[in-house]
Structures are given as structure tokens and as C-alpha cells.
Ligand binder design. Sequence first.
Ligand SMILES: Nc1ncnc2c1ncn2[C@@H]1O[C@H](COP(=O)(O)OP(=O)(O)OP(=O)(O)O)[C@@H](O)[C@H]1O
Ligand SMILES: [Mg+2]
Length: 363
Amino acid sequence: MSAPRRLWRHDEPSIRNYAVALLSPALALGIARWPDVHLESAPVSLFLCAVMFSAWLGGVGPGLLATALSAAGFAYYFVDPVLSLAVAAEEMPRFIIFVLAAALVGSLSAAQRSSMQSLRKAEEALRENQAELAHVTRVLTMGELAASIAHEVNQPLAGVVINGNACLRWLAGESPNLTEAREAAERIIRDGTRASEIISRVRALARKTGTLAERVDLNQAIQEVLALCAGEARKRGVVLRTQLPGDLPPVRGDRVLIQQVVLNLVMNGIEAMSNVQHRPHELMIRAQGEAHEVRVTVQDSGIGLDPQTLERIFDALYTTKPGGMGMGLSISRTIVENHGGRLSVVAHDGPGATFEFTLPTHS
Ligand SMILES: Nc1ncnc2c1ncn2[C@@H]1O[C@H](COP(=O)(O)OP(=O)(O)OP(=O)(O)O)[C@@H](O)[C@H]1O
Ligand SMILES: [Mg+2]
């Protein structure tokens, strides 16, 4: 759509550039032949200026035209025989040197112009790339946000379905068990509420609007997560153990998000032990208060981490599991770092893997 405009824009300067290439040698000639300025014996510098200016403004074509016109003017008016385009044999070196000098000056100016143009084009391309990159980053952020939400609400949604089915079962038959049905309905409400809380917290996390800085009792938060995972652990034959000191200082942060970190680490641990035989399936969760932070470690006796996997586990979408999204650890790291803490893998004796994160204490 913009092609005709570009053509018009391109044509006008090139006409102007050739006009300048015509006029500037003529002007140089006029000044050189003007008796009052006494330049008849030194016209070369004026012609070179004309060539340089034409080539700088218009590039190779106008530069060549100005060179040719200057050479003609120089031969006609300043080289014997004067008032003729012929060049006497003894004047030939002077004329050739003039033409070579004009060609050199013209080509240097044209080269400078073309490098300036490339620079300008490169700057334009850079600006365009930057705009595109900003767009891609926005799209990626949206994709990651969707993936994070999908990952984190998966578990409470599964809970809603399981409890919904249980509720229907308790209500069926001749004598429905209303107490159990009510409890199942309450669990549905709990899981549904949790899912909606998670969505709003993960969105806030992606918008970087700052996470909540409430006082969180980590022991209680961890126990709640373990209650959520108890069914899954039982199903896979995993025993969940804890070492949670009663005097653990409270931490500062967003309870729902901190629980997501614990949940992701615990689920990874449980999954890592699924296919391991001849070893007890034990997952140990420890918390420990330190000077200004609390350290939580989650240790499993699962398949462990080989060096290649270790390098990539925190990358978004990296997974070695058939049904995995590869989001758990990347979200967890973002959450912990937004809280001013660190999440890492720690070396330990024996089989399995140990993950550890810290959170600042609430003062
Ligand atoms: N405790 C662990 N033991 C061994 N490998 C682990 C452990 N935790 C994580 N990993 C490795 O790190 C990878 C990334 O983990 P992450 O939690 O980010 O994604 P995922 O568990 O594969 O999928 P999901 O998005 O469902 O959590 C896993 O696929 C696994 O290879
Ligand atoms: Mg995971």
C-alpha cells in the first residue's frame, strides 16, 4: 500500500542529486573563472569540492557525473590548449592526476554516504526488531501465564471432580449419607475457592504487582499442603514425614503462593519415587529457622537428578514426564525469588533428590 509513496520519495531526491551534480561543477567553474577572486591558476580544489559534495549527497552516480563534468571543465578552460577539450601531451600528467584525484575523492565520499545509509538502515531494523521482541515477550508472557495457571489449578480441579463424584455416591441409594455428602460438598467449595485464589495470585505474580506480605505460619501452611497431597501419596505408596519445629518463626509472604511451592516440590518428590523399587518411598519435609530466614527442604528417595537434567530443571516447559508440563519448578522459583528467597537443589547422601528454599522471616 505504501509502495507508490516510497517510489515518489525515492525519485525526488535522485533528481535533486543529479541536479546538484550538474550545478556544483558549473558553480566551481564560475568561481574559478571569476577574475576578482584570482583562482584561475588553482581551480582543482574547487572542482574536487564539487565532486566531493555531489558524491556525498547523491552517491556513486552523481559523483561520477560531477567528476566527468569537472574533468571536461578543467580540460576546456585550464589545460592547454585552452577553450578546447583536447589535452596537450605535456599537460597530460596534470590532467590524469586531476581525474584520478577527483575519482578518489568522489568514491571516498560515496563510500561514506553508503556506510551512513547502512548505519541508518541498521538502526531502523534494530528499532523494528525491538518492537517485535517486545510483542513476542508479551505473547510469551501470556503463554507462560496460561501454562502457570493451568498447572496450578489442575490439582484443586481434580479435587473438585473427585469430591463431586463422592458426593453423588453418598447421595445415591435408599438411605443417602447426608453427613458424608455435606463434607464432600465442603471439600468441593474448599478446592474451588483455592483454584480461584490461585488464579488471582498467579496473575498478580505475572503482572509483578508485588506479592502479599502477610505473616505466614509455615508449619500450618505445610500441614495443609500435606493434607491436600495425602490421597496422591497413599495411592503411590509414599510415606510423608515431617520435621517441623514448634518454634519456627513466621515468614513474610503470600500463603497461597508459598503453599504452591511446597505442593510442587512434594508432588515432584512423590512422582520421582513412583517407579523406584527396593527402597522405601519416603518423602521428608524439614523446616529450620535461621538468622533472618526459614529454610525448607524436601527430600525424596526417587530416581534422582543426572547432571544433564540438573542444568535444565528450572527452565519453563522442561519436563521428562509423559504427562508433565514442566512448569512446577519454574513457577516455584519465580514465586520464591519474588518473596526475596532462593530455591535450589542441594547435594545429599544417598539416592533421590533434595530441593531447598528459603523465605525471609516476618519481623
Ligand atoms: N524430585 C525430583 N527428582 C527427580 N527429578 C526431578 C525432581 N523434581 C523435578 N525433577 C525433574 O525436573 C523436571 C521439571 O520439573 P517440573 O516440576 O518443573 O515439571 P514436571 O514435574 O515435569 O511437570 P509439571 O509441570 O507437571 O510439574 C521434571 O520433569 C524432572 O525431570
Ligand atoms: Mg512438577
